[in-house]
Ligand binder design. Structure first.
Ligand code: ZN
Length: 78
């Protein structure tokens, strides 16, 4: 099926090249939208996905911020 980006509507994408630490490039298994540069692995699945409800991401829930500020625990999760 044809690719269509749910974010920007672009129908073209290309492979993502990653630069190694030694400066060489290698072709990753990732794909990148030509329009908005979103990176994905499965063009078909992305095409089927719904566009985000709002252009702006919703604010982070308070829980997230609390977790972020809490010093990380060493295991011992209930
Ligand atoms: Zn796009």
């Amino acid at each position: 099926m044809p690719f269509r980006c749910p974010l920007c509507g672009s129908t073209s994408f290309g492979p993502v090249t990653v630069r190694r630490r030694d400066g060489s490039l290698y072709l990753s298994s990732l794909r990148q939208c030509a329009g908005c540069s979103i990176v994905f692995t499965d063009p078909e699945r992305l095409s089927k996905s719904e566009p985000p409800p709002t252009p702006n991401a919703p604010p982070l829930p308070p829980d997230f911020r609390r977790l972020w500020q809490t010093p990380k625990r060493e295991s011992g999760e209930p």
